[in-house]
Every structure is written in C-alpha cells, then in structure tokens.
Design a binder for this molecule. Structure first.
Ligand SMILES: *Cc1c(COP(=O)(O)O)cnc(C)c1O
Length: 381
C-alpha cells in the first residue's frame, strides 16, 4: 500500500513483445534478460518473469546481491553475475546456484582451493572495453588450465562485451570480434555451454555470431534504443511511464516567484499546479522547464524542482487530482535523455525506489508492486 499518487507504470506486454521480437531477429538459441539495477528501474522480479515467459531463458545482473534477490523468487533459471565478485563470496553464489564471472588470473588463483558445492564460471574476455576481463591469449589459456585443475569449478561460459556496438560504424565491433578470435585461439570454444557476446545494440544490428549461441539483452528489452547512431530494424515499445497527480492549485500574481532560489518569476497572473514528485524520486533538478502532460495537454515545469515536489504552470482546464504524465508515449524516455544530454539508460535507472512500480499485463493493471526494499516482503511466490 502506498499513500502518495506518484507511480511508475511498467507495461509487461510491451517488454514481452520486445523480448520475443529481438530474440527471433537475433536468431540465438538462448537469451539472457539483463535485469541488473532493478531491471533498469522497472522492477527486477516482475520483469524477469515476463521476459522468461516471452523467450528469454536466463537472467543476468551486475552484482551478487542482485542475483540473490532474484534467486529468492525465481528458482530454476540460470542467473549470471556479470561483474566481479569477491573470491570469498564464491560459496555464497554457488550455494544459490548463481553463475559468476572469472575475470582475472589473480581472482582465479584465489579461488583454486574452492571446495564447496560445484560453482559455474563464465570466463570474461576483454576484447577492447578495458573494463574487466582477461586481456591476452596466454591468460585465457592459463585461466582454463587453472580452472580445470579443480573439479568443483565448471567452465560453463565465455563472454565479452562490446564498447561501440551502438556506434555509427561497425569498425569497433569488427575489431573486437577479431580480438576475440585472437584471445581464444588456444582454447576450444566448444568446451563452453554458453558463448555470449552481444548486448542490445549487437543483437539488433549484427545478429548471431557463428561462435556464439547466446546474447545479453538489456536496454532494448525495455523498448529503448541503445543509441541514435544506428537505425533500429523494427520499432521498440517503451514499457516505462511515470505519473503523478495534482495536489494543489493556486494563482500567483505577476512578479511572484516560484520555488527555491526564485528562479522563475511570473510575468503575468499565472495558475500553478503542485506535484508530489521531486529529485529524491530521481526527477532531477535538470528537468526544470520540461513539459508534462495533463489530460492530453502539455504544460511546463516552472521553478526549481524540490526534493519531494515540483510546480507546473497550468490553465483552468486542470483540476486537483488530475493525472500528470511526466514520461509517457508522447514525452518519452528518449526525449528526456536528449534534453538532459544523457542516455535513456540513465533516465530510467534514476527513478528511485521511493516511487512504486505498478504493472500492466494482458492490458490490465495488475496492481502488483515491486516491494523490493520492504524488509517484510521479499517478492517470493
Ligand atoms: C549491462 C550489460 C549488458 C546489457 O547491455 P544493454 O546495452 O543494456 O543491452 C550486457 N552485458 C554486460 C556485461 C553488461 O554490463
């Protein structure tokens, strides 16, 4: 139960359409749904279930904490932690049947004495991103040899990550593919159950690589383009929308200022509506001046956005309690990203956990909410 009229609505039907469309287009046997960062702000468990129903068959996240949270609700699906975990946490991951990333020789050496339940490892190859991963062919070869000395360690996967798959030209992608060949020359890729290279951009643009059988689908599952540098092969459907309601309406006279710092001064008599959403909800101060939509009409946010509230210049068509759309199909995530000189990823990830997520599926709003940070509710079935 929430007592504030500000919410995110996530359209699970759209997520499912995006997943099945992209899976079909890419031609992979398997597909990771990337649900890190609380499914890019959409709600990890509900999105994961929807994606799995639509054709994804595995889940991946950035951190072990995220994987454990998912595992409490979703039992029988492989979950991969794509980031580096602490060596001493391997037992925790393996006990929960969570696959982890072997990204570095020192890390691999420090788990060689591991003697718990069998642990699944995915070798991370750094082909040019320079973030995490093994960077030369000898290290990749040595990593495999070391892992194979311990029967409790299974080499189940091998992956890399593209830095510029969403760029205008494919030169960077091609260079990383070549580097992958060079780095894996001394190992047999057939030894790995899952070879996965592609993020959303590569899935949409390049399809299945002959050496790979799996991709990792993040941003485009949510209906957002990885960038505007390349043309999408088909339309994606934005699943995320952000809403609030007018709590108060007032008229101010010419010369009156609005909000902290008095940055907006009314040039004439102006009608204002106040919304219960602010920067602590991830509705950042940078959004000052952006339009919102009320009953199909757009109105600007005026004055500084406060921690919990902001003000909109309205007219007499707007009433207390009216729904205000801050992000919808007309005021898209991409519009907000462009205005803020950032990317859609950052807009959706920024909307904080103080804002409840409600879900639409089969055309109906389920009312099911993402209760993630409520200690007494874990999202278990
Ligand atoms: C986040 C992430 C992805 C997903 O990328 P998108 O661009 O959102 O599709 C895939 N792989 C790794 C390693 C990631 O960190």
């Amino acid at each position: 139960m929430y007592y504030r009229d500000t919410w995110v609505e996530v359209d699970l039907d759209r997520i499912q359409q995006n997943v099945s469309r992209i899976k079909q287009h890419s031609g992979f046997d398997h597909l990771y749904a990337v649900v890190k960062a609380n499914a890019y702000g959409h709600g990890d468990i509900n999105v994961a279930r929807a994606a799995l129903d639509a054709g994804a068959d595995m889940l991946s996240v950035a951190f072990l904490d995220e994987a454990l949270h998912l595992r409490r609700a979703i039992k029988d699906v492989p979950i991969l932690v794509m980031g580096a975990i602490r060596p001493e946490d391997l037992a925790v991951a393996a006990a929960a049947n969570i696959d982890v990333t072997a990204h570095d020789l020192h890390w691999i050496e420090s788990i060689l004495a591991y003697d718990g339940v069998p642990a699944n490892l995915h070798l991370k190859i750094d082909t040019g991103m320079n973030r995490i991963g093994l960077k030369d062919a000898d290290s990749v070869h040595k990593a495999c040899q070391l892992i194979d000395t311990n029967p409790k360690l299974n080499r189940v996967g091998l992956f890399t990550h593209f830095a510029t798959a969403d760029a205008q030209t494919r030169a960077g992608y091609d260079a990383q593919m070549q580097q992958l060949d060079a780095l894996t020359a001394q190992v047999d890729l057939a030894d790995f159950r899952y070879v996965h290279l592609s993020n959303s951009a590569a899935l949409l643009r390049f399809g299945r690589q002959s050496v790979a059988n799996t991709g990792r689908l993040g941003i485009s599952m949510y209906g957002l383009p990885p960038s505007h540098e390349f043309e999408l092969p088909f339309e994606l459907k934005q699943a995320f929308s952000l809403h609030s309601r007018i709590t108060q309406i007032k008229e101010i006279d010419a010369g009156s200022a609005v909000s902290y710092g008095a940055t907006y001064v009314a040039g004439e008599k102006v009608r204002l509506g106040t919304l219960p959403i602010g920067y602590a909800d991830g509705w950042l101060r940078y959004h000052q001046g952006r339009q919102v939509e009320i009953n199909g009409v757009q109105y600007p946010i005026v004055g500084r956005i406060c921690m919990d509230q902001c003000m909109v210049q309205i007219d007499d068509r707007v009433q207390i309690g009216d729904q205000v759309d801050l992000i919808n199909d007309n005021l898209t995530v991409e519009d907000a990203a462009r205005d803020l000189d950032t990317i859609g990823y950052e807009i959706v990830c920024s909307i904080s956990d103080r804002v409840p997520r409600i879900y639409k599926q089969g055309g109906a709003v389920t009312g099911e909410r993402n209760e993630r940070f409520r200690p007494d509710v874990t999202g278990e079935e």
